[in-house]
Ligand binder design. Structure first.
Ligand code: NDP
Ligand code: OXD
Length: 308
C-alpha cells in the first residue's frame, strides 16, 4: 500500500515526515520515483494526469493537493476511484484572514489612499462605519462559512449565497439562481468563494456586476474563470465597481501587458489567499484510511454530479 506524491516538490519532505509520524504503514513515494505502479493506491496531485488508470491500475483515492478540483475531469475517473479535497480548519482560517484583509482594504478605501500616496495627495475620505457596510459571501462551504464567522465581530451587515439552504448566525442567507440578484443587490463588498463548475463559470459578468450597488468592491478568491475579466474591467472603468481584490486569474500569472497589473483600482495577489496545510491534509488522509477500513464513507469526497 503506497501513496504517491505528485505536488509541490519543495514540500515533499514535510509530507513524508507527516506520514511517517501518522501512518507509518503507508509507504510514501515521490514522483517520479514511482517504483512498482501497482502498489499505488493513493495519489496526491495538483494537476490532472493523462491515462491515470492505465498508469496506476490499483488507484482507489485521488487526493487533490488544492481545495479546488476544477483541474480534474471526473468523467475520466472510474466510479470506484474517489476524488477527495484536502481542506481543513487551518486552511479555512488562513483564507478567512485573507478575506478579512481584503474586505477591510476595500471598506477603508485603501486602494484610493495608495493612489493618493503615489501622487503625494493628502486627501481624507468620509469614513463609513462597518455597521453601514453590507458584505456578501458567495459560496458557503468549508471556506465561506469560516470567512463569515471571522467577519461577524467586525460589525458588517452580512449576506451569503449558496446552492442549497443554509443557516449562518448573523448573516442573511439566499439560495439558488432565483435569489442571486436579490443577494447581489445587498453586497457593497462581494466575496467570491465558489468552486469552479459549469454552473459557476463566468458567474461574475456584466449582468451580475450590474446587479451590485454602484461603487461596490469585489474580492475574488475562488477561481479566475468565475470572472469575465473584460466585464470587470468595464465595470471598474464606469465606477460600477469601485475596487477589486483579485487573488486568482484565468491565466496565472497574467501576461505582462494584462491591464490588471497596473490598474489603479485593482489589488492583485498571486493565488496566495490560502493553501493546503500539510498537517491537516495528512490528518484527512489518515482518517480516511481508518474510515475505509471500517466501511465508512470518506471525508471530503467530491460529489460527481455537483462537481465540488
Ligand atoms: P465547498 O465545496 O466546501 O463549498 C462550495 C460552496 O459553494 C457551497 O456552499 C455550495 O453550495 C456553493 N455552490 C457551489 N455551486 C453553486 C452554485 N451553482 N450556486 C450557488 N452556490 C454554489 O468549497 P470550499 O469552501 O472548500 O472552497 C471553495 C473554493 O475556494 C474552492 O473550490 C477553490 O476554487 C477556492 N480556493 C481558493 C484558494 C485560493 O488560494 N485563492 C484556496 C482554496 C480554495 P451548497 O452548500 O449548497 O452545496
Ligand atoms: C486552491 C488551493 O484550491 O490553493 O486554490 O488549495
Amino acid at each position: 500500500m503506497a501513496i504517491l506524491y505528485m505536488a509541490e516538490p519543495g514540500s515533499a519532505a514535510q509530507w513524508r515526515q507527516a506520514f511517517h509520524e501518522s501512518a507509518p504503514e503507508l509507504e510514501f513515494r515521490e514522483w517520479p520515483e514511482v517504483g512498482d505502479a501497482r502498489d499505488i493506491e493513493y495519489l496526491i496531485a495538483w494537476k490532472a494526469m493523462p491515462r491515470l488508470m492505465a498508469q496506476f491500475p490499483n488507484l482507489s483515492v485521488l487526493y487533490s493537493a488544492g481545495a479546488g478540483v476544477d483541474q480534474f475531469d471526473l468523467s475520466e475517473l472510474p466510479e470506484h476511484v474517489s476524488l477527495v479535497r484536502l481542506v481543513d480548519g487551518a486552511m479555512a482560517d488562513i483564507m478567512a484572514e485573507y478575506v478579512t484583509f481584503a474586505v477591510l482594504a476595500l471598506h477603508r478605501d485603501i486602494l484610493t489612499y495608495q493612489n493618493s500616496q503615489r501622487e503625494r495627495r493628502w486627501a481624507p475620505l468620509p469614513i463609513i462605519p462597518a455597521c453601514e457596510r453590507r458584505v456578501g459571501v458567495m459560496g458557503l462551504g468549508n471556506l465561506g462559512q469560516v470567512a463569515l464567522q471571522r467577519l461577524q465581530p467586525l460589525g458588517f451587515q452580512l449576506h451569503a449565497w449558496s446552492r442549497s439552504p443554509k443557516a449562518v448566525a448573523g448573516a442573511r442567507c439566499y439560495v439558488g439562481n432565483e435569489q442571486l440578484h436579490a443577494f447581489l443587490g445587498q453586497c457593497d463588498i462581494l466575496i467570491n468563494l465558489l468552486p469552479l463548475t459549469p454552473e459557476t463559470t463566468g458567474i461574475l459578468n456584466a449582468t451580475t456586476l450590474d446587479a451590485l450597488p454602484t461603487g461596490a468592491g469585489v474580492v475574488n478568491v475562488g477561481r479566475g474563470a468565475h470572472v469575465i475579466e473584460q466585464d470587470l474591467l468595464a465595470a471598474l472603468d464606469t465606477g460600477k465597481v469601485a475596487g477589486a481584490v483579485l487573488d486568482v486569474l484565468d491565466q496565472e500569472p497574467p501576461l505582462p501587458d494584462h491591464p490588471f497589473w497596473r490598474h489603479p483600482r485593482v489589488l492583485l495577489t498571486p493565488h496566495i489567499a490560502s493553501n493546503v496545510q500539510v498537517k491537516g491534509a495528512v490528518d484527512v488522509i489518515v482518517r480516511n484510511l481508518h474510515r475505509a477500513r471500517s466501511g465508512l464513507p470518506l471525508l471530503n469526497t467530491v460529489h460527481r454530479g455537483k462537481g465540488y
